[in-house]
Design a protein. Structure first.
Ligand SMILES: NC(=O)c1ccc[n+]([C@@H]2O[C@H](COP(=O)([O-])OP(=O)(O)OC[C@H]3O[C@@H](n4cnc5c(N)ncnc54)[C@H](OP(=O)(O)O)[C@@H]3O)[C@@H](O)[C@H]2O)c1
Length: 254
């Protein structure tokens, strides 16, 4: 049972690379008009062009979602341009690993600003639109998909603040789910294990070798694997809510 996404509008944050980029491509392939947000506009433009060349509809919007105004404008412009908003994939995130002792506090600020505050700003701005979409055809259901991580389930030394942010995403998602599910807005949590993306490139160089050492030994997930899971969630019929998906590479033990 898969419903196509024709006539729906999706917004994907962090769509200039990795999981967000693959998700935008997949939702467009399934018929959604997609707004794609991030800071690197050239990459968004290239993706929008690719989607349109394949017969889809796309809108590239430069936005830094750690800024509340820009997050609000991202959502407002999407709804204005396409006339509605059915699906939000709250994906933009950063993972700056390392011991808490002597960590640059600026790294903690960046993770909190994006993984928590940015996600909250987008959710807050999008909810009125999602509630409205859930009352209308074609699907009479809407989706907010928040991207967490295995790190939102299991805390480990070296990831303390990343763990904090992703556990926070899980708590927010479940509380919000209870609040809006009766109005047919489904709130879902996706928790990937290791995915081959640019995410680790932002880890400080002296820490990165330690983080990536273990990654080489496993067959990491591809962004398309997570995009496929997200598309599965948002294409369920109205009466099915997939609340949570934990997806690891088969050979990831931790
Ligand atoms: N890769 C993994 O192993 C893994 C595992 C579990 C969970 N995740 C989660 O998956 C999500 C996507 O990460 P990814 O792996 O696809 O990494 P990625 O390729 O680094 O993608 C991160 C995206 O976030 C965007 N972004 C960063 N700062 C932003 C800001 N201030 N405003 C708006 N967008 C911003 C980036 O675009 P710009 O730089 O152009 O703004 C980029 O498009 C994150 O939430 C991450 O925590 C990833």
């Amino acid at each position: 049972m898969t419903e196509d996404l024709n006539g729906t509008v999706a917004l994907v944050t962090g769509a200039s690379s990795g999981i967000g980029e693959a998700t935008a491509r997949e939702l467009a392939r399934r018929g959604a008009a997609v707004a794609i947000g991030a800071r690197r506009k050239q990459r968004l433009d290239a993706l929008a062009q690719e989607i349109e060349d394949a017969g889809g509809r796309a809108l590239a919007i430069e936005a830094d979602v750690t800024d509340a105004d820009q997050a609000r404008r991202l959502v407002a412009y999407t709804a204005e341009h396409f006339g509605r908003l059915d699906t939000v994939v709250n994906n933009a995130g950063v993972m700056l690993l390392g011991p808490a002792v002597d960590a640059p506090v600026e790294e903690w600020d960046r993770m909190i600003a994006l993984n928590l505050q940015g996600l909250l700003y987008v959710a807050h701005a999008a909810l009125p639109h999602l509630l409205a979409a859930a009352e209308t055809e074609p699907r009479r259901v809407a989706d907010l998909v928040n991207i967490s991580s295995v790190a939102g389930r299991v805390a480990r030394q070296g990831a303390a603040v990343y763990n904090l942010t992703k556990h926070g995403v899980g708590a927010f998602s479940e509380a919000l789910r209870q609040e809006v599910t009766g109005r047919h807005v489904r709130v879902s949590l996706v928790e990937p294990g290791a995915v081959a993306t640019e995410l680790v490139d932002h880890v400080r160089e002296e820490i990165r070798a330690r983080v990536t050492g273990g990654l080489d030994k496993m067959e990491r997930l591809q962004s398309e694997d997570i995009a496929d899971a997200i598309a599965y969630i948002v294409s369920r019929p109205r009466h099915i809510a997939v609340n949570e998906l934990l997806i690891r590479p088969t050979d990831e033990e931790g």
